[in-house]
Write a protein that binds this ligand. Structure first.
Ligand SMILES: [Fe+2]
Ligand SMILES: [Fe+2]
Length: 165
């Protein structure tokens, strides 16, 4: 049994996960257009993963006897200054999502909704991994740089990273 507040917040999260997927898919198109195949592939895979998060929330609402309602989605930003800028935004976005997941967990705790609290634990761990992953990408950006051949090498290294780890 979900409270109205929890139901609304979980439906909002469906929107955030869709927006994450759309943002990364749009970023992958920007990379592809710039010839950055490694980064494009990495972001596209990550876009698919965000869609799988969306489905986890969608399914949870159905399993609890509720109707998932997909909210209006924000248009993802399509233009970026450079590759560093792309990955600074991915990390900032993941931190924003972590805040949303933490907010949901706090609500579940306050409502003593243990099933939902338990359901959210997977996302808490997932956000920890995703922030670590995007921090790793930014470390690579700082180490290798984006000038001249550095950009080529950087893109190759990003392409080797597993999008889900
Ligand atoms: Fe996600
Ligand atoms: Fe994510």
């Amino acid at each position: 049994m979900l409270t109205k507040n929890m139901l609304d917040k979980l439906n909002e999260q469906i929107g955030y996960e869709f927006e994450s997927s759309n943002l990364y898919l749009q970023m992958s198109a920007w990379c592809k257009a710039k010839g950055l195949e490694g980064s494009a592939g990495f972001l596209r895979k990550h876009a698919e993963e965000e869609l799988s998060h969306m489905f986890k929330f969608f399914d949870y609402l159905e399993e609890t006897g509720n109707l998932p309602v997909i909210p209006a989605l924000a248009k993802p930003k399509a233009d970026y200054e450079n590759l560093r800028n792309v990955f600074e935004e991915t990390l900032a976005h993941e931190k924003f999502i972590t805040g949303k997941i933490n907010g949901l967990a706090e609500l579940a705790l306050a409502e003593k909704n243990w099933a939902t609290f338990q359901f959210l634990q997977w996302f808490t761990a997932e956000q920890h991994e995703e922030e670590a992953l995007f921090n790793r990408v930014l470390d690579l950006v700082k180490m290798i740089g984006t000038d001249g051949r550095g950009l080529f090498l950087l893109d190759k290294e990003i392409g080797k990273l597993k999008a889900d780890k």
